[in-house]
Design a protein around this ligand. Sequence first.
Ligand code: FAD
Length: 312
Amino acid sequence: KNTEQGEGERGRIIFSFEYFTPKPGHATVSGFMDTVSRMSSHGPSFCDITWRPRDPYPAVTLDLAGRMQAEVGVETMMHLTCIGMPLERVDHALDTARAKGVRNILALRGDLLPGQEGAPRGDGFSSALDLVKYIRSKHGDYFGITVAGYPEAHPSKIPKGSEVATDEGYESDLAYLKEKVDAGADMIITQLFFDADVFIKFIKDCRRVGIKCPVVPGILPITTYRNFKFMTETCKTKVPKAVRAKVEAAKGNDAALAAYGVELATEICRKILRETDVRALHFYTMNKEEPAVAVLTNLGLLGVAKNAVVVN
Ligand code: FAD
């Protein structure tokens, strides 16, 4: 629902911040709200909050999404997963978000639990595609809908023991992504990656198969070694040799690793902005202010006149 997306295409560079749902509790929640509030002063086009399907997290996400929208006043996007969720829980999430004035949903399947791999399509919610169709049929155009895209293909398309998807897997992933867009998604946010060329190829391939909506790169500035290992292993992200060498060299030195994380993310953003017409950047903040803000500062995108485009 964010009209700024269009402005991005006309030349202005916009950015957004993603936060994960904190553990319930007064201190964690107020710390979260403080971070979102402070970072909102930098002018993100929207902020989003992740979804964790197990109780007590859905209630926390719904509450915080509402507060981000109403109290912080930032355009808010709520993630929603649907695999294994009874219809009434999906309805409750969407109706509550709507009642709280949240107008953007990142429609996701969510990770499969053991035994869910063979879930038949069309039988309840078994994919993000089902959820996109459902939101559009039930809520019309009320929600702006975003879906997840995978520049290296979804991990399920990467054979065991291999670092990369098969060509067939990659192409079927793209065709399926187009189905999600054709069913009503307005925008794609990508999985993290550490090689700008991977994203540059992906966006060309999206256009080749007829995906016309904005494709926003998901940028993760590396912060800690543990987080880097966890994210790259879970998401099966390919790590270029030079990046791995630098990360390993900085292992044990948190400050050096964080500085490298900012430098790498800056380089990746610069290359994407230079070599594509993408004008929107999405930051996986890991609920930390400094890394994303440092990258945006390096790019000259903070504290400059609203219409400035400063990237070299
Ligand atoms: P889908 O789009 O339904 O499908 C996933 C993959 O399955 C496809 O990419 C494709 O490879 C394959 N597939 C499914 N149907 C077909 C078909 N018909 N033909 C061919 N291939 C098919 N997880 C959370 O739990 N909470 C979050 O808040 C969250 N936020 C995320 C945000 C972003 C930007 C991204 C990229 C991921 C996020 N995830 C989150 C992770 C996500 O839930 C997992 O990656 C999950 O395994 C897939 O969800 P999806 O919506 O991409 O699924």
